[in-house]
Design a protein around this ligand. Structure first.
Ligand SMILES: Cc1cc2nc3c(=O)[nH]c(=O)nc-3n(C[C@H](O)[C@H](O)[C@H](O)COP(=O)(O)O)c2cc1C
Length: 193
């Protein structure tokens, strides 16, 4: 019997359209699409996502999600509809980029009455680029841990994390090993076991 077509949401937390995390995301998205998935990729920078204000309105009785009317609203629906969510980010100041973090902070609203049901059980992947050659001194390990802890807390599954060093925009395309890992991860997300 044919397997269900997988719906992938790819969010890119770099402001650089031609950047390294975007290049990894592009490779993953193309291979996932070639393997039969429906893929939507978005640049968070372009979506006017405001910070969580800790108003707690999303946690009130009979709350109906986040009350901040901004670019995150359509994303909540896309998150709920996705089978897998791919987060692509540069390392900024030894952690995930602010764009990525704003997006993840707003997941808080999915933890109200429905206890992260919109995220629980989904598969996640992280694509990460950083300039320093070392995963520790670059801060990449902090970003990886943050992501792992967040997804573990939500009850999601991490399908894979591709991370490596590149500084100038697009330079990561020369890292054949990383590009191959991104392509392979895309195929796996498109056709889960
Ligand atoms: C504001 C800013 C902060 C950065 N902080 C770090 C850092 O802490 N560690 C690091 O290795 N690289 C750092 N970098 C370099 C980027 O992570 C690197 O250039 C990466 O390839 C950018 O990915 P992108 O092309 O997807 O934006 C920083 C770059 C910027 C602009």
């Amino acid at each position: 019997m044919a397997k269900k077509k997988q719906n992938l949401l790819v969010v890119i937390g770099s402001p650089r359209r031609g950047g390294n995390s975007a290049a990894l995301a592009d490779r993953l998205a193309k291979s996932a699409a070639a393997a039969g998935a429906a893929v939507e990729a978005l640049f968070l920078q372009e979506l006017d996502i405001k910070p969580c204000t800790a108003c707690e309105a999303c946690r009130a009785k009979r709350a109906r999600g986040c009350i901040i009317r901004d670019g995150m609203q359509p994303l909540y629906a896309k998150i709920k509809a996705a089978d897998a969510i791919v987060v692509a980010s540069p390392v900024y100041w030894f952690s995930l980029s602010a764009q990525t973090k704003l997006f993840m902070d707003r997941w808080y609203a999915l933890g109200g009455g429905n206890d992260y049901r919109g995220l629980r059980g989904k598969r996640f992947a992280l694509l990460l680029a950083y300039a320093d050659a070392d995963a520790f001194s670059s801060g990449a390990v902090n970003a990886l841990h943050t992501f792992q802890d967040a997804i573990g807390y939500l009850g999601g599954t991490i399908a894979g994390m591709v991370y490596g060093s590149a500084a100038k925009a697009g330079e990561i395309r020369a890292r054949k090993d990383l590009m191959q890992q991104a392509a392979e991860l895309g195929r796996r997300l498109a056709a889960p076991e």
